[in-house]
Design a protein around this ligand. Structure first.
Ligand code: M6P
Ligand code: ZN
Length: 194
């Protein structure tokens, strides 16, 4: 067994979700340009010179090889684009056989899960909730609360992120605010490709 990689130690602020040392990625609205359903609302915000941060990811990344685990935290800000709540891009794993675990740390969210054949699930994400994403399920997290949604994740380091499959049509469901309530509705843009 290869033992060249030394054990690591990082510290996690459980409330804020800050993981150090780590690699920090900030995703702004411009990075999610075509991901929100209301492209007009996205354009209006960007054309006004604003580019709000939608989420931040702190990652402890290992070599992209079988046997290693990547882990980290995501801090998803509260807000909406049009009537759609702030969310992550969402992805399938490029290596279909890989899975992921989430642990909610703070805030109130939902995780949308979707199979390649369009079967969808929606689970709640809040402090202390653990969610297992089995192989083959695309996943996207959504902040439906007024505070930051903070969660921990872990997945196989060789999993890879496939964004293309979700960029074009999105997920089959949208999480929106209607009449002051959180609703999970069908995405009119979505159709299973045959
Ligand atoms: C989770 C993990 C990360 C992912 C992040 C943001 O925390 O699944 O691997 O990068 O969410 O999601 P996305 O990459 O879909 O924007
Ligand atoms: Zn993933």
């Amino acid at each position: 067994m290869e033992t060249a990689l030394k054990p690591k130690h990082v510290s996690l602020d459980l409330g804020k979700g800050v993981l150090l040392p780590s690699t920090l990625t900030k995703r702004k609205l411009k990075d999610l340009d075509s991901f929100f359903a209301d492209t007009q609302a996205t354009e209006t915000i960007l054309n006004s010179g604003q580019d709000p941060i939608i989420y931040e990811v702190y990652e402890c990344l290992q070599p992209q090889e079988l046997g290693h685990l990547n882990f980290g935290t995501t801090i998803l800000y509260p807000g909406k684009i049009g009537d759609e709540f702030y969310m992550t891009k969402g992805h399938f794993h490029a290596k279909e056989a890989s899975s992921e675990v989430y642990l909610g740390l703070a805030g109130k969210g939902l995780i949308l899960l979707q199979s390649r054949t369009g079967i969808s699930e929606c689970l709640e994400m809040s402090q202390g909730e653990v969610i297992y994403v089995p192989p083959g399920w695309g996943h996207r997290t959504v902040n439906v609360g007024a505070e930051k949604l903070v969660f921990f994740f872990m997945y196989q380091a060789d999993a890879g992120h496939d964004y293309e499959s979700v960029q074009e049509q999105g997920f089959s469901k949208l999480v929106v605010e209607r009449r002051g309530r959180v609703e999970v509705v069908d995405n009119p843009r979505f159709a299973i490709k045959t």
